[in-house]
Design a protein around this ligand. Structure first.
Ligand code: F6R
Length: 244
């Protein structure tokens, strides 16, 4: 596991952008599949990638994207849907082909079936080259809350009260936060060739301590990164503050 600790969140975001840019440039104009996350953690990295597209010619024309997760009950047009998040934060700012950006359908009548379909679609596309991750205060990657099998496939999940409270800041009230989501499973995530996790801020310090120094366990699903042969963790000093 490679670990970068930077004083400020902005410096951490640039390292994330560097890793994503490197995967695209190494493909030399060939196809690349990125797994992307939502939430506040990756936003500055997406801004930096958009800047590199505008100012430095970084092209996403050959990139396919699979999102990590989506809230159940939200259509892709809903302001808080993850499909819309990635459109607004990245797709519309670069030369990504929207037809090559995939997200589980939150407005499906059968989330379990949609989860299985999505898992198969990732496999059919040849898997993910680089999966970007955030981490929740509960240690979740994707929405794989404590107790989720480290071998799980894309599935229907129930968010913990802590995650609902943490994500309420994006909604008008806590009651508007969906209780369920479709999330890539930990096993699905682990199949990506590279994992890249960013965490900033003191409220991630315990999760980062567990991710890096804790024993591998479904209690903190982010500890699955320890099992991966090409995992990188990028944190700011605040998120690193509980590391030995
Ligand atoms: C997002 C996701 C989540 C978030 C995590 C951290 O697609 O799957 O695991 O990465 O909840 O969220 P933020 O970055 O908002 O603190």
């Amino acid at each position: 596991m490679e670990i970068y600790i930077r004083p400020h969140a902005d410096d951490a975001s640039k390292i994330v952008a560097d890793h994503i840019e490197a995967v695209i440039r190494e493909a030399n104009g060939g196809p690349v599949t990125l797994g992307l996350a939502t939430g506040s953690s990756p936003i500055a990295a997406y801004d930096e990638l958009a800047r590199r597209h505008r100012e430095e010619g970084l092209s996403f024309a050959e990139v396919t994207v699979f999102m990590l997760d989506e809230y159940v009950g939200l259509s892709p047009e809903h302001p808080q849907s993850y499909a819309r998040f990635i459109r607004e934060h990245l797709v519309e700012k670069v030369d990504l082909d929207p037809k090559k950006v995939f997200c589980p359908r939150g407005d499906t009548g059968d989330p379990a079936l949609e989860a299985a379909r999505y898992d198969a679609a990732i496999k059919d596309a040849g898997g993910v080259d680089l999966q970007l991750l955030g981490v929740g205060a509960t240690g979740h990657i994707g929405f794989n809350e404590p107790g989720t099998s480290l071998a799980s496939r894309t599935h229907l999940v129930t968010l913990t009260p802590k995650t609902i409270a943490d994500n309420a800041r994006f909604f008008e009230s806590k009651d508007d936060v969906p209780v369920h989501a479709i999330s890539q499973g930990v096993g699905t995530i682990r199949e990506a060739k590279k994992l890249l996790l960013i965490a900033t801020g003191e409220n991630k310090a315990e999760a980062i301590r567990q991710t890096i120094e804790g024993g591998v366990s479904a209690r903190w699903t982010s500890t699955a990164l320890q099992l991966h042969e090409d995992a990188t963790i990028v944190v700011d000093s605040a998120a690193a503050s509980k590391l030995d």
